[in-house]
Design a protein around this ligand. Structure first.
Ligand SMILES: [Zn+2]
Length: 230
């Protein structure tokens, strides 16, 4: 993962007012590298954040990377570099929705492939009920930060509902306001470096030459890639 510290870029979620950690044991051992994470899946807990913390702490259960409480607090459960069990985590055999995003790997019946290329975020609350302004603000900054770290554009093709993937799930529900979310993401993104595949190659080359962070930024700026994309 390209960290903000390495590139000198301030991540759009760095300013979130409160982070809490509640490490979940339910995670894959894989260490993901740039390119592995291709999308974000939004869930609702169907309960309080306290209930999610308790569920995700139980060994053998589901998990997600992050939760966002009603006051906007971001709870970190699983590091982004690890796989969390947030889609089809209960051993059920749902089907993958036919109009699933194109960036998903070829689906061969193993949901682990879906979890392997996504970051899962759980909102405290219930599908069908509304979420708070503080949740949308934190979620927008978090999505912008994740997309920046993993090098993809956080648009509607990459930030999707759990319901859009898994046939027997409905979260985060019809009351979830996607326009508000994408406005919150947009508000955060201009502060971020959006990396393309080309940028990443440049970073690798420059790192290989032993350049410092300022040098790396100089290279990227020269190539016109230091931008608030669209
Ligand atoms: Zn879900």
């Amino acid at each position: 993962m390209a960290s903000g510290a390495e590139t000198g870029v301030v991540m759009p979620d760095a300013g979130l007012r409160f982070w809490a950690a509640a490490p979940s044991p339910n995670r894959g051992g894989t260490c993901r590298v740039p390119g592995d994470v291709r999308g974000l899946v939004i869930h609702s807990v169907e309960g309080t954040m306290a209930s999610a913390i308790s569920t995700f702490a139980r060994i053998g259960g589901p998990s997600a990377h992050y939760g966002i409480d009603t006051d906007g607090t971001v709870v970190a459960f699983v590091p982004e570099g690890d796989v969390a069990f947030h889609v089809a985590a209960f051993g059920s055999r749902p089907s993958l929705n036919r109009n699933h995003p194109q960036w998903l790997p070829a689906y061969d019946g193993r949901w682990s492939a879906v979890n392997a290329c996504t970051v899962g975020i759980e909102l405290a609350g219930f599908a069908g009920r509304s979420f708070t302004a503080a949740q949308y603000a934190s979620l927008g900054a978090l999505c912008a930060g994740i997309a920046t770290r993993w090098g993809f554009v956080p648009d509607a093709s990459r930030v999707v509902s759990h319901a859009s993937l898994q046939s027997d799930r409905f979260d985060p529900g019809d009351a979830f306001d996607w326009d508000t979310l994408f406005a919150a993401i947009e508000a955060s993104r201009p502060k971020a470096l959006v990396m393309t595949d080309g940028d990443r190659e440049v970073l690798e080359v420059v790192r290989g030459l032993g350049a410092d962070a300022a040098g790396v930024r100089g290279w990227i700026e020269k190539l016109g890639a230091y931008e608030a994309q669209q």
